[in-house]
Design a protein around this ligand. Structure first.
Ligand SMILES: *Cc1c(COP(=O)(O)O)cnc(C)c1O
Length: 417
């Protein structure tokens, strides 16, 4: 079981998160349920913070990975800022106690209302993704009588070498602005007192495991910074975006030290420039498990199916990206592994967590844990098939609490007339 994290391990035959047996949590809150390790998140943050300590930096947690207020609060206490992609996320960040002046606002489609909210809260920056967006930002700032701090999200046209659905740094993506367009935008901003360029941002994709795409993107960012400096536009920081990959199966992500070393060497000629990072997955993915119960077993001529009580509405990644998540029994058994399809109750063929996965043939009622579900898990959950969303539980210091209750039928119909 090399896929397990230090915070999620077997105690005897029982799988435990930070020492708390998942069987006990399942008994108390039912299944399916998300369980997170606070310790794991804290350790990830500390590791990243240490790796980049050579430079004045800010870690802006990409909240869309897991916007739970409790998790954001935990990261706020460690000094994190936030990268948000909607007005709702921005409000969550504020609610969780993240200093709005440490919040950067990304996304290709910000509305006037969202822009106004960010400006009133004195966001660290709006990461602007088109010329028309900068016009809107200037207009709203003018109306409010404030100066809007912004960065251009630069599309450096590099291939992050990741899944086609999660790569964002190439010219055929909707994200960002190319080098020439960015130069032009910064030029316009120089003559407009309603906006102030404070940095350059670039986020090239997700689940990146190589240094190369970061190296290439950084070099384009710094080339742009140099062009801007030559015409007298001095920046406060550069923002490398997020995307740091983790191991779901057999990926071997670059060590943080390797990434940090690359950044350090490229930044060595830029002593005054601060550094921003926007990690999401890296901070929370490994901290979370989705516990689920085996409902039924069913054999066809070709396939053994294990039908569990969690489904694609609870954890979408396998259906959406054909993503791999390790699945392990909550109580270790000696029964031999056989290839099974692990499927949920939703009426879609894509509602499948694993295909032909070797798993110990379970008994009805057994508990299984879907690992590495702490990022883009609950945050992508829906109520499809009128399934209430599962509860979220945070384990911290040897005890646990429900940080979000299981939804009820009443929750599902609340807004209907
Ligand atoms: C999604 C996103 C991130 C975080 O990506 P991860 O792969 O989870 O680290 C960071 N910045 C922006 C702009 C994003 O859209």
């Amino acid at each position: 079981m090399s896929t397990l994290e230090p915070c999620i391990e077997y105690r005897g035959d029982r799988l435990a998160v930070d020492g708390v047996p998942l069987e006990r949590i399942a008994k108390d809150v039912g299944t399916p349920a998300y369980v997170y390790s606070a310790e794991e998140i804290q350790q990830r943050f500390a590791a990243l913070d240490a790796a980049f300590s050579f430079r004045d930096h800010l870690i802006c947690y990409a909240m869309k990975a897991n916007p739970s207020l409790s998790i954001c609060r935990l990261l706020a206490k460690l000094g994190a800022g936030a990268d948000v992609v909607s007005g709702g996320e921005f409000r969550r960040a504020v609610e969780a106690g993240i200093d709005p002046r440490k919040v950067v606002f990304s996304g290709v489609g910000k509305t006037d209302d969202e822009i106004a909210y960010a400006l009133r809260k004195r966001a660290l920056a709006l990461n602007v993704e088109s010329q028309e967006e900068l016009d809107a930002v200037a207009r709203v700032a003018g109306r409010l009588g404030v100066t809007a701090r912004f960065t251009v999200r630069l599309n450096p046209n590099v291939d992050a070498g990741t899944h086609r659905h999660i790569t964002t740094g190439r010219h055929d993506n909707k994200f960002g602005i190319d080098f020439r367009g960015a130069l032009e935008l910064y030029g316009r901003a120089q003559k407009d007192r309603r906006v102030k360029a404070v940095g350059i941002q670039s986020h090239i994709g997700s689940q990146i495991t190589q240094v190369k795409p970061y190296r290439e993107a950084l070099s384009v960012i710094l080339t742009l910074a140099e062009r801007l400096a030559r015409r007298g536009q001095k920046l406060e920081y550069i923002d490398m975006g997020g995307g740091i990959g983790i191991t779901y199966r057999d990926e071997v992500p670059m060590p943080l030290e390797t990434l940090a070393k690359e950044v350090r060497s490229q930044l060595s000629v830029w002593p005054g420039l601060k550094l921003l990072l926007e990690p999401g997955r890296f901070l929370t993915a490994d901290s979370g498990v989705l516990i689920t119960r085996v409902l039924y077993r069913k054999r066809t001529e070709s396939t053994r199916f294990v039908i569990v009580d969690a489904a694609m509405n609870d954890l979408l990644r396998p259906a959406l990206y054909e993503a791999y998540h390790p699945i392990v029994p909550v109580r270790r058994t000696r029964s031999a592994a056989v290839p099974v399809d692990v499927v949920g109750p939703v009426c879609e063929t894509s509602d499948c967590f694993a295909k032909a996965r070797p798993m110990p043939w379970p008994s009805q009622g057994d508990l299984w844990a879907v690992l590495k579900a702490g990022a883009y898990g609950f945050s992508m959950a829906s109520t499809y098939n009128s399934r209430p969303r599962p509860p979220e539980v945070l384990v911290s210091g040897g005890s646990y609490r429900v940080i979000r209750a299981r939804e009820t039928f009443e929750d599902l119909v609340r807004h209907e007339r």
